[in-house]
Structures are given as C-alpha cells and as structure tokens.
Design a protein around this ligand. Sequence first.
Ligand code: HEC
Length: 105
Amino acid sequence: MKPSILSALSLLVSCWAAADSSISPSRQQYLNNLLIQDCGSCHGLTMKGGLGPALLPTSLKNKPAAFITATILDGRPGTAMPAWRPLLSDQEAAWLTARLLSGDL
Ligand code: HEC
C-alpha cells in the first residue's frame, strides 16, 4: 500500500474514533434501540428488509457513507422513508451509518 493511502486510512479511522467517543454511552444505547425498533419496523429487525429495502453491509456496499447518512437525515421525499433530522445530529446519523456498514447489530 502506498504511504498516502495509509495515512488517509489512519485519518479516517481516527475521525471515526473521535465521532464515537463524543456520543455518550447512553445516547449510543438510544441510537441502537432506535435502529432496531424504529428503523427495524420498516427495514426489518435484522435489517434484511421489509417495507424499506435491506440495510445490510452487502446491500449498502456500493453506496457512499455520506449518501447513506444524508438519506437518514433527510429521508426520501415521496417514499415512506422519513427524515430523522429532527431527532438526530449529523454525527449521530453518521454513527448509525457506520453501525449499518459494520453489520454488527
Ligand atoms: C416508515 C418506514 C421507514 C422507517 C421508519 C425508516 N425507513 Fe429507511 N427507508 C424506507 C423506505 C421505503 C426506503 C426506500 C426509499 C426509496 O424508495 O428510495 C428507505 C430507504 C432507506 C435507506 C436507503 C437505502 C438504499 O439502499 O439506498 C437508508 C440508508 C435508510 N432507509 C435508513 C433508515 C434508518 C437508519 C432508519 C431509522 C433511523 C430508517 N431508515 C427508518 C422506509 C423507512
């Protein structure tokens, strides 16, 4: 791997770590419940899909994280996917995206 790719990767990882540590454990618990109960009511408890499409790492792998985060924040007008901006900060939506992409729910 070229050094520039390595340093970009380590920057990315440190950004994630920073994003993680500033969301309190109780808020992380709230977000995990939201993911299973609210998101899960449409996307399936295990994110395999329902009214909404599957949100598994394999289903999302070709979509940029920023696109997924924007979908969570602003929803998809004209579809059942609601905007979560009233409930979530940008950082919290990014945290949910990372949870979905990790597949570790
Ligand atoms: C009321 C039902 C409903 C709820 C609740 C809901 N979604 Fe959705 N979601 C949808 C539908 C329907 C779509 C597909 C929209 C479309 O046709 O583009 C969607 C699309 C998405 C997408 C885009 C998937 C892709 O492949 O492009 C993401 C990401 C997503 N939802 C995440 C979430 C998250 C995270 C939550 C909880 C915070 C949530 N959704 C809650 C119905 C819902």
